[in-house]
Design a protein around this ligand. Sequence first.
Ligand code: ADP
Length: 285
Amino acid sequence: MAALIRALRSSSSSSSFTNYVIRRSLSTSASTAAPPLSSETFTPFVDTKGKHVQWVFLGCPGVGKGTFASRLSTLLGVPHIATGDLVREELSATGPLSKQLTEIVNQGKLVSDEIIISLLSKRLETGEAKGESGFILDGFPRTVRQAEILDDVTDIDLVVNLKLPETVLVEKCLGRRICSQCGKNFNVASINVKGENGNPDISMDPLLPPPQCVSKLITRSDDAEAIVRERLRVYYEKSQPVEEFYRSQGKLMEFNLPGGLPESWPKLLEALNLDEYEDKQSAAV
Ligand SMILES: Nc1ncnc2c1ncn2[C@@H]1O[C@H](COP(=O)(O)OP(=O)(O)O)[C@@H](O)[C@H]1O
């Protein structure tokens, strides 16, 4: 982990990314060929050298990256690192960086690679001090340049690309609520969208908060409709090419969400070959 942090830092320390210094030899694990995604050969949580998963979650705003990544991180015992959360923590501080970031986020634009990598390195450092190993990244990489930087400093085992139709994404963002105390995400939207072009209908029940959270719900300032649409546009322009980056490496697993959390979670576990693992974990508690 220390090597990954050093390499990430050196990648962002130069003002020009074209001459960043990446020392591959410092990376946390030796380079290996892209793992195939078949369930027979794909060992999902810890490899033979005891290395924990290093996964990335991709997907449009509102698709549920945070929800699924967070659940999997609990199941697999690795940290869920969401760069959007790191940015929001920075927004709630005071100072010039916070002001600059607020403006960018509220326009639905992306923060610079330098700032994101600096926030990510700091987060990895804090985690390392606590003995963390492995990760599930959510919201990073979001540009091909970020993906290249990450690729130069460590090996990603798997990239999960979550998908939902655009109408559902917008409704989900508008219905999203966060408990300002416990930080958990909820959704007040009741979604029923007819499937088009042979795709199945999608229904999602609201994910309502428990009574103790009800009076503490807040809406993200960038979940206003115009900003959501701009975030989607920016995703298609800047982040969708990242899907191709990983697809060409054979690391991308596409996952069309069949509905809300109760329908999607077991299907995702199955796709990840983790269903039996979850059964064993629940039996153990
Ligand atoms: N990897 C990143 N690169 C650039 N900007 C980022 C990155 N991750 C998060 N951000 C900024 O933080 C905001 C919120 O991120 P996130 O919570 O992941 O949003 P979303 O719901 O749009 O996926 C983004 O709109 C962007 O401004």
